[in-house]
Design a protein around this ligand. Structure first.
Ligand code: URA
Length: 204
């Protein structure tokens, strides 16, 4: 059978997946989001970072971790000696979930059902990229990757063996650092986040 021109069959697997995800309607979150925000990074990345879901900035630009949380992330990976462009950066949920307050769109945490629907894409990303280390940034990523709902403090900073000789490392979400109620807690949380990323660098 001949291939339809433009059906994507000749694209590399990750690009084909990205194209498929761009029209995802697996859950209702696509109805209000601007676009699917798929993962970014090389197909042969050995480290994969998994966040929660795109924020307002990411939803508009179509790229993960480029807003305020992305700045914290970028700075911390750089301090740890990790090149973000050599890593694969994605989210557990690929559409922005929010509530509207006037002109502002306020982030809402995805529910377990939404995470479960979107896990299909994350599993495919892992299958194609086969990273040696997966870093869960926060509880939603941890839920998506393991199916378990646990406080991050219980599983943080220690490598957890996964299928296929892969290691899972759990740390805080960079947005949680920004939400700390005072400067002292923010500084401590940032130091702990950077130290976890140094651990990722050592493992990699
Ligand atoms: N928070 C996330 O979890 N992911 C992003 O891409 C941006 C903010």
């Amino acid at each position: 059978q001949g291939r339809e021109k433009g059906d994507g069959a000749d694209l590399p697997p990750l690009e084909r997946l990205r194209r498929e995800a761009s029209t995802c309607t697996r859950c209702p979150l696509h109805c209000h989001a601007t676009q699917t925000v798929f993962g970014e990074g090389p197909e042969n990345a050995s480290v994969m970072f998994v966040g929660e879901q795109p924020g307002d900035t990411e939803d508009l630009a179509g790229k993960p971790f480029i807003g305020p949380a992305g700045k914290v992330f970028d700075e911390a990976v750089a301090v740890a000696g990790i090149d973000r462009h050599q890593a694969y950066v994605t989210n557990a949920v690929k559409h922005f979930k929010y509530e509207r307050r006037g002109k502002r769109r306020i982030h809402m945490r995805p529910e377990a059902g939404e995470v479960a629907h979107c896990r299909w894409w994350l599993a495919k990303e892992i299958e194609i990229i086969r990273p040696r280390i997966v870093v869960a940034l926060g509880a939603t990523a941890y839920l998506s990757l393991t199916g378990e709902s646990r406080p991050i403090a219980e599983v943080r900073s220690m490598p957890i063996p996964m299928q296929d000789n892969r290691m899972l490392l759990v740390t805080t979400h960079p947005a949680a650092i920004l939400r700390m109620p005072n400067e002292d807690l923010r500084a401590r949380s940032l130091t702990a986040f950077r130290s976890d990323l140094v651990g990722v660098k050592r493992l990699s």
